[in-house]
Design a protein around this ligand. Structure first.
Ligand code: HAM
Length: 421
């Protein structure tokens, strides 16, 4: 026997019935942007490798260790997108959206690729719903972006164990001074070699180190929110004020540092307490300066990326039942050759009326067909045999309470609509 192929390591197939939840979650996460003036954007799965190196930052794990990079037949270096922001901003600039009405606001969804060590909630292909905005430095926009994540997770999906952590990482004016202060502090700590090397490349990342031995030494470390310049401080206060107005329950997280280099000022992460190590179900922030780095004008921007896969795990961890896993509402069962043609036509009519219909195919026995009907989760089985053909009727069996009746085929669509919709 030939061995079956398997999905590549770190990837998984989204198949029924789980796929119903996956679609529901993706839809829920994109509902707030669709209701808040964001237009849909779709960009290529792969981009110039240099875009990510420049946009995301050479020293980040995402760029230095995790990219799926390949050379195409024309000798170009291309990379499967590891994150959404760089590609979407590239597209917005290339299509001159920075020259139209500002801020320009878009949302997107699609797969992203990172060569990570797979574990529960961490995959080599994952799907995000994201938003990006360009052309505004208004703190109300930062608050809008955070509210959209909060609203989708808490109110639309009903997640309870999600917390929103908010921080400010300062700007290109105040962060260098803070960075220097932090480096001086870290130099006095007893850190292992790898951590010391990390401190040299990006000292802020050390603050995020989860290990207790490191955290114990960082108790008195200088923190960014205490070292913001006046402009950043005012921006941060305004963002927090707007979040209060919007009813977003957030936690101040002065040690929150994200894994991508482009953030300035507002950064946030949505963490779920039922997920273990991979607890971030979304994150984002402001990236003033990035648009210039990518060759555009000096305008600000802010956005988020929400993980569809991890949000599904969060929904499951809380035991929320968001989808009806039934694959059909009505199951049609023809008995005998003649009835099959009738049932095929009826299925078309009932489906056209908006009811989800399935059929017992392959001339199955009525016993086997009834089993399929039960398995489908349908509420009604409609049986048409020789007698029904002769009298233009159908037997409608209620699969929930077991009752059954004979109905004129003519009235079938309207009766089913009445009972189901
Ligand atoms: P990120 O935090 O790297 O941000 O990813 C966003 C979300 O995608 C994470 O919070 C997580 O839920 C999910 N995610 C990331 N990597 C994986 C993985 N390996 N497996 C499963 N889920 C994963 C960004 O990508 C930024 N582009 C977000 C952003 C947009 N910031 C501003 N605009």
């Amino acid at each position: 026997m030939t061995e079956l192929f398997r999905a590549p390591k770190g990837t998984y197939d989204v198949i029924p019935p789980f796929s119903a939840l996956w679609l529901k979650v993706r839809d829920a996460l994109s509902t707030p942007p669709r209701n808040s003036g964001y237009g849909y954007i779709e960009t290529p799965i792969f981009e110039d490798t240099a875009l990510f190196v420049r946009g995301v930052g050479e020293s980040t794990d995402v760029v230095s260790k995790e990219m799926y990079t390949f050379e195409d037949k024309g000798g170009r270096s291309l990379t499967l997108k590891p994150e959404g922001t760089a590609g979407v901003l590239r597209a917005m600039l290339e299509n001159r959206m920075d020259r139209g009405a500002l801020p320009a606001k878009v949302w997107y969804t699609g797969p992203h690729f990172r060569y990570e060590q797979p574990q529960s909630g961490r995959y080599r292909q994952h799907t995000q719903v994201g938003v990006e905005t360009i052309g505004s430095s208004d703190p109300a926009l930062d608050a809008e972006v955070i509210w959209m994540a909060h609203h989708a997770q808490r109110n639309i999906l009903g997640l309870k164990q999600v917390r929103i952590l908010v921080n400010s990482l300062g700007c290109h004016e105040c962060r260098p001074d803070y960075r220097q202060k932090l480096v001086e502090f870290l130099n006095k700590c007893d850190l292992d070699e790898a951590t010391r090397a990390r401190a040299e490349i990006n000292p802020l990342r050390v603050l995020d180190d989860k290990r207790q031995v490191v955290q114990d030494q960082l108790k008195d470390a200088p923190l960014m929110p205490d070292n913001l310049c006046a402009t950043c401080s005012e921006h941060h206060e305004k963002v927090l004020g707007y979040l209060d107005v919007l009813g977003v329950q957030y936690e101040k997280a002065p040690r929150l540092v994200r894994g991508l280099d482009y953030y300035v000022r507002t950064t946030f992460e949505c963490v779920h307490d039922g997920l273990g190590a991979q607890s971030a179900i979304g994150g984002g922030g402001r990236y003033d300066g990035l648009i210039e780095t990518l060759g555009g004008p000096a305008i600000g921007g802010v956005g988020f990326g929400l993980g569809v896969d991890r949000t599904c795990l969060a929904v499951q961890a809380e035991g929320l039942k968001l989808v009806d896993e039934a694959s059909a509402e009505v199951f049609l069962i023809p008995v005998g050759q003649e009835a099959i043609t009738k049932v095929v036509g009826l299925a078309g009519e009932i489906r056209a009326a908006g009811i989800n219909v399935d059929i017992a195919y392959d001339g199955r026995s009525i016993k086997a067909a009834m089993k399929s009907a039960d398995r489908s989760g349908a509420k009604f089985a409609v049986i048409i045999g020789e007698d029904e053909m002769a009298s233009s009727t159908a037997v409608v069996k209620n699969l929930v309470d077991g009752s059954q009746e004979s109905l004129a085929v003519e009235s079938l669509v309207s009766v089913l609509l009445d009972r189901i919709k």
